[in-house]
Each structure stands twice: as structure tokens, then as C-alpha cells.
Design a protein around this ligand. Structure first.
Ligand code: PM9
Length: 454
């Protein structure tokens, strides 16, 4: 059993507010954890995005930032790293993943178009809607079976994709695949599935874009679980994944181990010309996008660190440690444990709270109240939507996500999180549901205000 392949050089003190303070903080935040100040959080599992501890090598790179407007040296370092891992012909840096989505979709989506995916995450879905498009999720059925153990529950249902393209091909500007699949538990997508989706896209003349922010964790799962990949390096697996696609959107805030950064990459030279014009309008010159030279350098170095196998092994082992401990305590979590987070199934944890009263949101509030641990809701606040008749459609999965920042916490922190769940479990019947008193739209979870029902 290998421990972390790094040692700690700098620490950031954290403190735990008293129970009375936490109660006051929750009320003031209108029971929306996004409104709680970071200083009032003891263990912050809100997201694994932009929260990694950078290495000394990345911090050294920051000092080598070349802040020239055009063609800074860090751009070329990033270009080399992207070429090595992703291999696409062109890329533009963006300030984060959603900027890449915005530029891609505002360039190629026209009102009424449909964008299929295994599952879109929140900003991807919202960016498609904002450009007049319709995001469609086509996951395999297993994705909706929270306790079924299967190796690649992140896969797309390729039969459904073919059917959609048979019926509505002219409305589809591109197909997307999110790796790993964040909306169903951080579950990986197999190479076999990526290959099949790629073949279908070719048959119908559609570009395949990968939402690649957790591609390295996905590659690690392929190596671990898919026959034929045991002896391949993460780099070789990543190369194979991206050779099957026409481009990708990328949030560097996850597997590239940076606090800010992203890019949009593609093979199509004509699309690249359009993307550059759009980028200049909303982000910046094509060699820096929305970033400083130093940020480009940190991302170039982080990309290479993110595919180091020892790092990935310890990273995923930590997430699985938390999952194993919660399992031992009988807490219902999505099975198997995914790459970047453990997801608690709130409908099972709090069966007395109907979905209309947001059980996963109630759990998020309770976890903060119990131990000043911040998680995030991935359920009805984030994904409920109205159908054509105005009736609310609730998502099949109602989850609280415990996302683990990279290289930040120890397993002792994970033990605190487990203890908090045990304590909540002992008094779960007392927990109230919530109603939304302010907030609407596909991004309401970031800003909504809540009130306990009881
Ligand atoms: N994901 C996450 O916590 C950050 C925002 S929601 C609290 O999981 C996928 C699969 C993501 C994602 C962000 C983005 C957007 C695209 N695709 O946050 O804009 O998980 O860099 O990336 C978050 P940016």
C-alpha cells in the first residue's frame, strides 16, 4: 500500500465554528451552502474544481509567467503539453471550462438544435440552453441504479444515440461525452464505449467533443478495469481516448491541478478560425484566452503532473477510502465509488423527505450543521425541470456529493466526515425538508434561498 507520493511544505490553518455559530451562519446564508464563507468551513468538499494544492514545480512555474500580450512563452509550453496528451490540431486557452463551453456552443449551436451527451453537467447544460439548444442525456440504464456495481456506469447508451441521430440528425451539431460522468456519481466511461460513440458520430458525420475535465481519472479507471489496458500508461490511454474525438472542452481546475484555467481544442481548422474570433471578443487574444501567462504555465505543468500514475493511485485511493468507511457505517452511497467524489443517495438516507422538499439539499445543510463540512447538492435543486405542461420533472438521482480536492486533505479529515454522517444518521427523522423562497432557472442552485419546511 503506497502513501501519497508527496510531502507537505505549506499548510493553511482551518478552524471549526461552534455549533451556535454554524446555526447562525446557515440562517444568514439562507440555507444555501454557496453563501457560506470559506473561512466558516472546516472541511470543504463543495467541489474538486479549482481547489487543488499546486506543487512546488507549479508555483515555480508561476514565477516564470511571461505577461506579454501575444505569444508569451508559457503559451508554447501549454501547447506542447496539450499536444502530448490530447493531440488535437488547435486549441485556445480559456479562463475555465464553462468559457470553453460558451465559446463552442455560441459558435455552433442555432436555436432548436439538440446536443446529446452521456450526461451534461450543470454549466454545460445551461450553456446549451442559453444558446437556444436542447441538452439531451443518453446514459446507460445502469447510471440510474445507484447501488448497482458496474465498472463503467458513466457510459452512453449507444442504441439511444443511433435512434436520436436516425430521427433528428439535422438538428444535432455535435455529440458530447463527459468523462468521468459527474452527474451520475463520477463514474467512468469505457474505451469501448468511447470507440462506439466515435464510430456512430463518423457514420452520421457528426463531430464528437469530449468534456474532458476528469479525463486522467477516467483513464486510470480504464487501466484498472478494462481488459487490455493494464500495461498501458495513462498517457497512452489518454492519447487513445482523444484520437477517437474531434475536440474537447476542458476545465483545467480538475485534472490539471490548477486553481483557474481551461481550454477548447479541436481538429477542424474552419471551426478554429471562428472560435478565435469569438474568443477575442469575450476572453482575450488566442495565445492567452482568459488567463495570465503564469496561469498558462501552472496549467502546462499541472497537466503533466495530473497523469502521473502514483499521484492518480493515491488520489483515487483517498476517494475510495471515504467511500469504504461510509459503506461500513451503512450510509447509502452511489456504487461503485467514482473518481473525484463520494455521492450520498439522499432519497435513501432521508426517505421521509419527498423529492419536492429537496432531501439532498437538506443533507447538505445538515452536514454543515453537524461538523462544518461543506458538500454540494446534485439533485432536484440542480436538475429538476418543467415539462411542456409545466409539471416538475424530478431527476432520478437525488445526491449529496462529497468532492475531494486534490492533494489537500488527509484521511483523518475523511474520518471526520464519516463520523458526521453517523451522527446525522442517528437523528435523521428530525431533519426537515426545504422549500425554495428565491431563485429560478438552470443555475438556480448557485444562488437560491431556502427555508426549512418545518
Ligand atoms: N464542475 C464541479 O464542482 C464546478 C462547478 S459546480 C459547483 O463539479 C464538467 C463535467 C464539470 C464542470 C465543473 C464543468 C465546468 C464542465 N464539465 O467550473 O467552468 O464538472 O471550470 O468547468 C464543477 P468550470
Amino acid at each position: 500500500m503506497l502513501a501519497e507520493p508527496y510531502r507537505i511544505k505549506v499548510v493553511e490553518p482551518v478552524k471549526i465554528p461552534s455549533r451556535k455559530q454554524r446555526e447562525r451562519i446557515l440562517k444568514k446564508a439562507h440555507y444555501n451552502i454557496f453563501n457560506v464563507r470559506s473561512e466558516d468551513v472546516y472541511i470543504d468538499l463543495l467541489t474538486d474544481s479549482g481547489t487543488a494544492a499546486m506543487s512546488c514545480n507549479q508555483w515555480a512555474g508561476i514565477m516564470l509567467g511571461d505577461e506579454a500580450y501575444a505569444n508569451c512563452r508559457n503559451y508554447f509550453n501549454l501547447k506542447r503539453a496539450i499536444k502530448k496528451i490530447f493531440g488535437f490540431k488547435h486549441f485556445v486557452p480559456t479562463h475555465q471550462g464553462r468559457a470553453a463551453e460558451h465559446i463552442l456552443f455560441s459558435t455552433i449551436i442555432k436555436p432548436g438544435m439538440i446536443v446529446p451527451s452521456n450526461m451534461h453537467f450543470d454549466t454545460t447544460r445551461a450553456n446549451i440552453i442559453a444558446n437556444g439548444g436542447k441538452p439531451i442525456n443518453l446514459p446507460v440504464n445502469d447510471a440510474y441504479k445507484p447501488f448497482k456495481k458496474a465498472p463503467f456506469k458513466g457510459n452512453m447508451d449507444t442504441k439511444k444515440l443511433r435512434k436520436l441521430l436516425d430521427e433528428d440528425s439535422e438538428k444535432v451539431p455535435l455529440v458530447m461525452l463527459t468523462i468521468t460522468n459527474n452527474s451520475c456519481g463520477g463514474q467512468p466511461v469505457s474505451m469501448k464505449n468511447i470507440r462506439k460513440v466515435s464510430k456512430i458520430c463518423k457514420d452520421y458525420g457528426k463531430p464528437l467533443f469530449i468534456d474532458a475535465c476528469r479525463y486522467a481519472e477516467n483513464a486510470y479507471f480504464i487501466k484498472e478495469r478494462e481488459p487490455g489496458y493494464k500495461n498501458k500508461s495513462i498517457l497512452e490511454i489518454a492519447n487513445e481516448i482523444f484520437s477517437l474525438a474531434d475536440g474537447c472542452t476542458f476545465s483545467g481546475k480538475k485534472d490539471a491541478l490548477v486553481n483557474i484555467g481551461g481550454f477548447l481544442a479541436m481538429n477542424d481548422s474552419k471551426l478554429f478560425e471562428k472560435v478565435k474570433q469569438r474568443l477575442i471578443l469575450v476572453e482575450g487574444f488566442p495565445t492567452y484566452g482568459g488567463l495570465a501567462g503564469r496561469d498558462l504555465e501552472a496549467m502546462a505543468r499541472g497537466l503533466l503532473e495530473g497523469i502521473d500514475e502514483d499521484y492518480l493511485r493515491s488520489r483515487i485511493a483517498q476517494v475510495h477510502y471515504l467511500g469504504k468507511r461510509l459503506n461500513e457505517e451503512g450510509i447509502p452511497i452511489i456504487q461503485p465509488v467514482g473518481g473525484h467524489a463520494v455521492y450520498v443517495e439522499a432519497k435513501h438516507f432521508l426517505p421521509h423527505i419527498p423529492q419536492a422538499e429537496f432531501p439532498a439539499q437538506a443533507l447538505v445543510v445538515e452536514l454543515y450543521r453537524e461538523a462544518a463540512v461543506r458538500a454540494v447538492e446534485i439533485g432536484s435543486v440542480m436538475f429538476a425541470e418543467k415539462d411542456e405542461k409545466g409539471k416538475t420533472k424530478y431527476p432520478k438521482l437525488e445526491m449529496m456529493r462529497l468532492a475531494i480536492p486534490r492533494r489537500v486533505y488527509t484521511n483523518a479529515h475523511m474520518d471526520v466526515v464519516v463520523e458526521a454522517h453517523v451522527k446525522i444518521s442517528e437523528r435523521k427523522e428530525e431533519i426537515s425538508g426545504y422549500k425554495i423562497v428565491k431563485g429560478s432557472g438552470p443555475l438556480r442552485h448557485f444562488t437560491a434561498w431556502f427555508k426549512p419546511v418545518k
